[in-house]
Design a protein around this ligand. Structure first.
Ligand code: NAD
Length: 428
C-alpha cells in the first residue's frame, strides 16, 4: 500500500511475526535503503541476532557502542577496572585521571542505604480517605504475606516486603489514596517484581476500602535505594589551592543556578550511565531517579557536594538513587553485559551501585577541574578530533595522524580534517 506522499504505508500487518530478514526487507523498501545500509544493518555483533529478537519487539538490527575501561579506581580499599559503554570521547580518561589523583591518598569510600523500591497503588473514588488509610495500615501483616507469596524466590534471597506507607493526596472529591509497598529487591532492579506485587495487592485494597484501584506501578524515584561515595584530593594532586578554590566556585554555580545544575548533573550521568549500560542495566531508570532526586528540594541541585577538609584537601561527596540489578532484565541475558560485570567482580547489586557512585563523583571532579581551569574544550576536542578524522574518511593510522595535526593547528572542523587527510595521503 502507498500513502499520499508516495511513500509505502507504515502500517505493516503482523510485522512482529515476520522473520528479522523479512522485517528488514520491509524497512529497506520503506526507506529506500542502499545496499551499504543493508549490509550494515545485517552485520553481526557480539549480541546474537536471535537473542536480540527475543529481547525486544520488531527487532531489525543491533547497534554497537564502544566499551572502554576506566583505570586507577581504588574503592573501599580495593582495586577496580570499571567498564564503561559510551559513544562520548574524553569521559573514560577523565574518570581515570580523577581516580588516579586520589588513589594514593585513600581513593573512594562508599556506602548504600539499602535495596528497596517502591510500588505505588492509586485508589480513587473514596469519600473517606483518612479511614481508608488507617484500614490499609491495619492490614500490614496480610500485605506482607501476599508479597511473600507473590515472589518466593525474592524471599529466599532475603528480600521481599519491607514496609508500608499510605498517603492521601489532594482534597475533597479529588482526594486519592496512594499506597506504597516498599519492597527489598536485593540483587534485582525490581521493576517487574514490584509491579507484580502492586497488581496482586490492588484488588485486596479495593475489598478493604471500597476505593477503585487505578495505577499500579513502581515509582522511579528510588529514594530508598541510595548509594554514596566520598573522596578527598590534596591540593598537590590538583595543581594547587587555586585549582581547589576554582572547583569550589564552579560547584557553587551549580548549587544556585538550575541552568548550570542540569549540565553539572548531565556530566555526572555521562559516566554513571556508561557503567549502567555496560552492565546491562536500565539507563532510563537510573537517569530518571537521579534527576528526580537532585530536584527533591523543589529546585534542581548538584548531585555532588564539594567543600574543604580541615587539612586543606578538596572533599567531594555524592548521593544518588541507584536502581540497578545483577539478575533479571537484560543483565542476565546479555552475554557481553555478563562478561563486563565479570571485570568488576561484584557479587551484589548494592556493590555495583556503590562503584557507580564513585564513578559519578570522579566524573564531576574531572568536569569541574577542567571547566574551572583550562576549559573543557581543550581535552574534549583533543579526543573529539579523532571523530572528525574518521568523519573525513581517515582509516587505520591516518586517524591519529589527522587528529594530532588538527589539535596542533587548533582547528578542529570537518573542513580542516578533510584538508589534513588530503595532505597526509599526498605525502605518502
Ligand atoms: P525480573 O522480574 O526479570 O527479575 C527479578 C526476579 O529475579 C525477582 O523477582 C526474583 O524472583 C528473582 N531473583 C533471583 N535471584 C535474585 C536475587 N539474588 N535478588 C533478587 N531477586 C532475585 O527483573 P526486575 O529486576 O524485576 O525488573 C527489571 C527490568 O524491568 C528492567 O529490565 C527494567 O528495564 C524493566 N522495567 C522498568 C520499569 C521502570 O523503570 N519504570 C517498568 C517496567 C519494567
Amino acid at each position: 500500500m502507498t500513502s499520499l506522499n508516495g511513500k509505502p504505508s507504515s502500517l505493516i500487518p503482523d510485522f512482529d511475526k515476520l522473520s528479522i530478514d523479512e522485517r528488514l526487507r520491509h524497512v529497506e523498501r520503506f526507506a529506500g535503503l542502499s545496499e551499504e545500509d543493508m549490509q550494515q544493518l545485517r552485520a553481526p555483533s557480539n549480541l546474537d541476532r536471535e537473542l536480540a529478537n527475543h529481547m525486544i519487539e520488531n527487532m531489525v538490527a543491533t547497534i554497537a557502542i564502544p566499551v572502554g575501561v576506566a583505570t586507577g579506581l581504588r574503592i573501599d580499599g580495593e582495586e577496580f577496572l570499571v567498564p564503561m559503554a559510551t559513544e562520548e570521547s574524553w569521559i573514560i580518561s577523565a574518570v581515570g585521571n580523577a581516580a588516579q589523583a586520589c588513589h594514593d591518598t585513600g581513593g573512594f569510600t562508599t556506602s548504600a542505604s539499602g535495596s528497596c523500591m517502591i510500588a505505588q497503588v492509586q485508589l480513587l473514588g473514596l469519600t473517606n480517605p483518612h479511614s481508608a488509610r488507617i484500614a490499609i495500615l491495619e492490614k500490614r501483616n496480610e500485605i506482607a504475606a501476599e508479597c511473600a507469596a507473590c515472589d518466593p524466590t525474592l524471599t529466599r534471597f532475603g528480600g521481599g516486603f519491607h514496609d508500608l506507607e499510605v498517603r492521601i493526596l489532594g482534597e475533597g472529591a479529588d482526594a486519592m489514596v496512594v499506597v506504597h509497598l516498599i519492597i527489598d529487591c536485593r540483587d534485582a532492579m525490581g521493576a517487574n517484581t514490584v509491579n507484580t506485587m502492586a497488581e496482586r495487592i490492588a484488588p485486596k485494597l479495593q475489598a478493604w476500602t471500597g476505593g477503585r484501584p487505578a495505577l499500579r506501578i513502581l515509582s522511579n524515584l528510588a529514594d530508598r535505594r541510595l548509594v554514596r561515595a566520598r573522596a578527598t584530593w590534596i591540593p598537590e594532586a590538583l595543581g594547587g589551592e587555586a585549582v581547589r578554590d576554582a572547583i569550589l566556585e564552579a560547584y557553587r554555580f551549580a548549587e544556585v543556578d538550575p541552568y548550570r545544575a542540569v549540565t553539572n548533573n548531565k556530566g555526572i550521568m555521562n559516566c554513571v550511565s556508561a557503567v549502567v549500560l555496560a552492565t546491562g542495566n536500565d539507563t532510563r531508570a537510573v537517569e530518571a531517579a537521579a534527576h528526580g532526586y537532585a530536584a527533591a528540594s523543589g529546585r534542581i541541585r548538584s548531585l555532588t557536594k564539594w567543600e574543604v577538609a580541615p587539612d586543606g584537601a578538596l572533599a567531594g561527596s555524592i548521593e544518588l538513587p541507584m536502581p540497578v540489578g545483577l539478575v533479571g532484565g537484560a543483565v542476565k541475558i546479555h552475554p557481553t553485559a555478563r562478561a563486563l560485570v565479570a571485570i568488576l567482580g561484584v557479587k551484589s547489586a548494592e556493590h555495583l551501585g556503590r562503584i557507580i557512585a564513585a564513578i559519578g563523583l570522579a566524573a564531576n571532579f574531572a568536569a569541574l577541574k577542567a571547566l574551572s581551569t583550562h576549559g573543557i574544550q581543550k581535552d574534549f576536542m583533543a579526543h573529539h578530533a579523532r571523530n572528525f578524522a574518521i568523519g573525513a574518511g581517515a582509516t587505520g593510522d591516518e586517524i591519529d595522524l589527522v587528529a594530532r595535526s588538527l589539535v596542533e593547528r587548533r582547528s578542529i572542523s570537518t573542513a580542516a580534517a578533510e584538508q589534513v587527510l588530503a595532505e597526509v595521503r599526498k605525502s605518502r
